[in-house]
Design a protein around this ligand. Structure first.
Ligand code: NAD
Ligand code: SIN
Length: 471
């Protein structure tokens, strides 16, 4: 487990961060420091916790450019997109303060039995494991609500993005977060596994379905550990009617935003068989051809950067080869880009109508097209996945939206908007293999604290009147 960890710019191979992996002693130290800090932090009045979290938002705003650049260098995402990510991190603070009050606050009502008081208490020590695709925004979406709730956190960033994790931890320190409340450990799966095996009260995980299912199994004998799993999807978008060019802009953004590295990206395009479907598919392909691909700091600005690594591109290439071997028709090939690092790829579109293809998330700009006879078949095709994160409908017909919204199985469901559209002021999570029914974003407050219900009276009074039959 010990050794060095290096993160590199996927566009150039330049080293962005290098440091020691956390060894077992360092993980144990972090957990014990967290445990030591947990009571003091839980006892810190909410107003003081809110003040520190707001100070962190100010630090984020001051460091916005530098943090965005770190995110761009580590992930390859264009500067404008990394800047949006930091914007989401800042916005998370106000949304989480509101959510804390609305979903995890305290309240009193008076009943004949006494004062009924509801309070929420923090769980204690939370392990946060982050993914690489939003290395700031997604761990931030666990850490901010946890810290607000009075939990303490040991955070392991993705092994692909340690610099972003370090930068976040530094901003928390500058904001005045007491020692021990947020610890950071660095490394890969082995470090994550050691952290989860340690003395934790919760695991807040964003990552792949495979890793999430594995971690759930790893914790099966520790039911007291709260587990929130935000996992991937094999998301459908049904494009049924409307202006094909406009539809294409929605579909292409759904499929290719962040180089296809969003959990909410559409992986499957479902269209009507015939001329309308053909026009939509042709328009999506033509739109994809216009997407500018480039390094994060290039001008004019690119829409898509590279994938996170050459290894990720190789994995996606293998998955695409599997689809072609199964009979998939190539509408646009998945290609490397001459004179660019092997992490750069072009958006791919494959026709898989009528084929049996794996129900797997390909975390890359790869869109699989299925043509169907009618809208019922479209909804059935959309739901034909073990996942259930995001889904979308592109159509001018309100009745179709009502039908789809009633029958779709997904936690994020958009109409005439890209599937990738999500807001911090709403819950964010999926059903099926996409999670364990603990949505994040506005609902993260729910898994960061547990409710305590009390009846209270200020004085000791004789209760006999309420209990019949005492002689
Ligand atoms: P990943 O599952 O490979 O890794 C996520 C984190 O978990 C990393 O920190 C990694 O080191 C750790 N990890 C992985 N396997 C582990 C194990 N067996 N034991 C302990 N720790 C382990 O995910 P990734 O490749 O970094 O991110 C992409 C995935 O995340 C995609 O599947 C995507 O759909 C998903 N994702 C989900 C959401 C959501 O909110 N639902 C958001 C973004 C990304
Ligand atoms: C994702 O799509 O990977 C995350 C989306 C979000 O939280 O905004």
């Amino acid at each position: 487990m010990s050794g060095r960890l290096v993160s590199t710019d996927p566009a150039t191979g330049a080293v962005v961060w290098e440091g020691a992996k956390s060894d077992p002693a360092a993980i144990a130290d972090a957990l014990s420091a967290a445990r030591g800090a947990s009571i003091g932090w839980a006892d810190t009045p909410l107003a003081a916790r809110v003040a520190i979290v707001r100070a962190y938002a100010e630090r984020l705003a001051t460091a916005r450019l530098a943090l965005a650049e770190t995110i761009s260098r580590e992930t390859g995402k264009p500067r404008w997109e990394a800047d949006q990510e930091v914007g989401s991190m800042i916005g998370k603070v106000a949304a989480s303060v509101a959510a804390q009050t609305e979903r995890a606050g305290s309240r009193e009502t008076v009943s004949s039995f006494g004062r009924a008081v509801l309070r929420h208490r923090p769980h204690g020590v939370m392990a946060v494991l982050g993914p690489y695709n939003f290395p700031g925004h997604l761990p931030n979406g666990h850490i901010v609500p946890a810290v607000l709730a009075g939990d303490v956190v040991v955070f392991k960033p993705s092994e692909e993005t340690p610099a972003t994790g370090d930068a976040m931890a530094a901003l928390w320190r500058q904001a005045g977060l007491p020692d021990g409340v947020l610890q950071i450990v660095q490394g890969g799966r082995d470090v994550g596994a050691a952290l989860v095996a340690g003395d934790i009260d919760g695991l807040l995980f964003t990552g792949s379905g495979t890793a999430g299912a594995h971690l759930r199994r790893a914790l099966v004998d520790r039911p007291h550990v709260i587990v929130a799993l935000e996992l991937g999807g094999n998301n459908p978008i049904i494009a049924w009617d409307g202006d094909p060019q406009a539809a294409a802009s929605i579909v292409a953004q759904s499929a290719f935003a962040t180089t296809g590295q969003r959990c909410t990206c559409a992986r499957r395009l479902i269209v009507p068989d015939g001329a309308v479907g053909d026009a939509i598919v042709d328009a999506v392909a033509a739109y994809g051809d216009r997407i500018r691909i480039g390094r994060w700091d290039e001008l004019p600005e690119p829409a898509m950067g590279p994938l996170i690594s050459v290894a990720a591109a190789d994995r996606a290439r293998e998955a695409v080869a599997g689809l072609i071997a199964a009979g998939g028709g190539v509408i646009r090939a998945f290609e490397s880009i001459p004179d660019r690092s092997g992490a750069f790829v072009t958006p791919a579109i494959l026709d898989v109508t009528g084929l049996r293809v794996p129900d797997e998330e390909i975390f890359a700009p790869v869109l699989q097209v299925t043509r169907v006879a009618d809208f019922d078949a479209a909804v059935a095709a959309a739901n034909a996945t073990r996942y259930g994160l995001a889904g979308g409908l592109v159509s001018d017909d309100r009745d179709l939206w009502d039908r789809y919204a009633r029958r779709a199985r997904a936690g994020v469901l958009n109409w005439n908007r890209p599937t990738t559209g999500a807001a911090g002021t709403m819950p964010f999570g999926g059903v099926g293999a996409s999670g364990n029914h603990r949505p994040s974003a506005f609902y993260a407050a729910d898994y960061c604290a547990y409710p305590v219900a009390s009846f209270e009276a200020d004085r000791v009074v004789d209760q006999s009147a309420d209990w019949r039959g005492v002689g």
